[in-house]
Design a binder for this molecule. Structure first.
Ligand code: ZN
Length: 104
């Protein structure tokens, strides 16, 4: 018996859906953070189900703990500490540390 493999077009569609969900989350999070959170949760589920990677830039734009959309100055505080970017979620207080390289 042939093993079922997820076709590429399905992955492609999932990626597009993830990007759409994130852009919707970005649009709505100021007025409705709860709904933005749901969009991100949905995107996360799609990524797991179809085994697609969430692009790095999008991955950094939400809190992995509470799925809150993270926007500098609004829902997150971002500090630069030597070679690290420290992002704090204002909703649950989770801290993300991202290695950062300054150019030059
Ligand atoms: Zn959080």
């Amino acid at each position: 018996m042939k093993r079922f493999k997820k076709p590429d077009w399905q992955k492609q569609i999932s990626r597009e859906r993830i990007e759409i969900l994130f852009s919707e989350a970005e649009k709505i999070f100021r007025t409705n953070p709860e709904r933005a959170k749901n969009y991100i949760k949905q995107a996360w589920r799609i990524a797991l189900k179809y085994r697609v990677r969430i692009p790095l830039a999008l991955k950094r734009s939400f809190c992995k703990k509470c799925f809150y959309y993270l926007k500098a100055g609004a829902s997150a505080s971002i500090r630069l500490n030597k070679q690290r970017l420290i992002i704090t979620c204002k909703n649950c207080g989770a801290v993300k540390r991202i290695p950062y390289k300054r150019k030059g």
